[in-house]
Write a protein that binds this ligand. Structure first.
Ligand code: GDP
Ligand code: IMO
Ligand code: MG
Length: 424
């Protein structure tokens, strides 16, 4: 495996958690490099459902080292709760299997409150964020007023720095008409979390580069998806980090020339949670999937918007991430359909596009150009080998590969580890 970057090739929730769990088998380390607890990665293991938000999905395998890299924003309270939740399910989380970057930035209650207030102010133009404070936390990082885990675990330095930050942010909150925060309460809560997390905080850049020298296999676990990327996504309807492959380098301190392979995870159809353009959105598919109890957000429980597979978008994702191999999930979600549509181009204002336009307003006007493929109309979730998939399923997947320009390495027909087909 050497080093593998795994990214979401669509709008997030592609089934990255499941594929990471499968690939972790051959990894020594699993590394989160961006985002925060806005992520929700589902892994089903022996019938038990785990939803990981900040802790890398590799934690469910024994003997793997999980790393939260410098590019992640960490809500320490939420992280402590997540660790407690894992321990309750019998997963041991210790400094031996979890390392937190000392330069990862910390998410505070004022970030969450500002996230919520800005959404209210935007009204109909809201982003539909997860309200986890992600945007304001990255905003503080860029403005160079953020606090990092290395500040959090030094009590006196932290107490002084927090005081200034609360003072400034309470002024901003007042301007929004929101309640100011109590410095004392935030300090007490964060000091308790700091004490708990201190043994995990370390220089993960050195740790990862040491692992590289020892020829360890490293899997970089992307969060969100290509079209939620702050630079390459449907701005402003995006998250605040680089969710594309480059983010794995800046968010970990592992240089680009040490990366061997990029795997893009995508659903056999399209989903998006939150606002913003989604050219292939289709109410019928959404109703069908929701009626099956599927496509509800793993972090917020919101119903996901659903649509046909968008080959224009994924082809764009293959380009900006340098995807070597695709993992296609949720193939079984299409089992009952008679005809499947695949978007091969967009049309807007008398023009045809074979790439994703940068302007979200223009993308929102885009009408998809579809090709139709026959559905297979039989269950696939028990299939174990590529050659045992219905011929029409194989033809559909081959079309997705041809249209997006990347080979398919993994086909997933159910949420479980065993429902994974490796494509030779
Ligand atoms: P992530 O954020 O990319 O890790 O994806 P989520 O966990 O938020 O959402 C993906 C959903 O699809 C989860 O409920 C998974 O358990 C589920 N899932 C993943 N792969 C498959 C598959 O091949 N078939 C089915 N039925 N469910 C899948
Ligand atoms: P995983 O890792 C799907 C979306 C939110 C919103 C936008 C901005 O599970 O794929 P934020 O809270 O980040 O400021 O919200 O991004 N979003 C996700 N959508 N999957 C995710 O993560 C997401 N993380 C953020 O719904 O539209
Ligand atoms: Mg998710």
């Amino acid at each position: 495996m050497a080093t593998t970057i795994l990214v979401g090739a669509q709008w997030g929730d592609e089934g990255k958690g499941k594929i990471i769990d499968v690939l972790t088998e051959s990894a020594d380390l699993v590394v989160r490099t961006q985002g925060g607890n806005n992520a929700g990665h589902t892994v089903i293991l022996k019938g038990v459902k785990y939803v990981l938000h900040l802790v890398p999905s590799g934690i469910l395998h024994q003997g793997k080292v999980c790393v939260v890299g410098n590019g992640v924003v960490v809500d320490p309270i939420s992280l402590c709760e997540e660790i407690d939740g894992l321990e309750k399910l019998g997963i041991k989380v210790t400094p031996q299997n979890l390392a937190l970057s000392e330069t990862a930035h910390v998410v505070f209650p004022y970030h969450r409150e500002l996230d919520a207030q800005r959404e209210v102010l935007k009204g109909r133009q809201k982003i539909g964020t997860t309200k986890r404070g992600i945007g304001p936390a990255y905003g503080d990082k860029a403005a160079r007023v953020g606090l990092r885990l290395l500040d959090l675990v030094q009590p006196e330095r932290f107490a002084a720095a927090l005081k200034t930050r609360i003072k400034e942010n309470n002024e901003v909150l007042k301007a929004f008409g929101a309640k100011p925060l109590s410095y004392k309460k935030v300090l007490a809560d964060y000091q308790a979390a700091a004490e708990r997390l201190k043994p995990f905080v370390t220089n993960t850049v050195v740790l990862l580069n040491q692992a590289l020298r020892q020829k360890k296999n490293i899997l970089f676990e992307g969060a969100q998806g290509t079209f939620l990327d702050i630079d390459h996504g449907t701005y402003p309807y995006v998250t605040s980090s680089n969710t594309t492959a480059g983010g794995a380098c800046t968010g970990s301190g592992v240089p680009p020339n040490r990366m061997d392979r990029v795997v893009g995870v995508m659903k056999a159809y399209t989903t998006r949670v939150g606002e913003g353009p989604l050219p292939t959105e289709n109410a019928e598919i959404a109703d069908m999937l929701h009626a099956m109890g599927r496509e509800f957000g793993a972090t917020t429980g919101r119903p996901r918007r659903c649509g046909w597979f968008d080959a224009v978008a994924v082809r764009h994702a293959v380009m900006v991430n340098g995807i070597d191999e695709l993992a296609v999930t949720n193939i079984d979600g299409l089992d009952t359909l008679e005809t499947l549509k695949v978007c091969v181009a967009y049309r807007a204002a008398g023009r045809q596009y074979d790439y994703v336009p940068s302007d979200a307003a223009l993308l929102a006007q885009c009408e998809p150009v579809y090709v139709e493929l026959p559905g297979w109309r039989q269950p696939t979730s028990a299939v174990k080998r590529w050659k045992d998939l219905p011929a029409k399923t194989r033809a559909y997947l081959k079309a997705l590969s041809d249209l997006t320009g990347a080979p398919i390495g993994i086909a997933s027909v159910g949420p479980g580890r065993e429902q994974t087909i490796f494509v030779k």
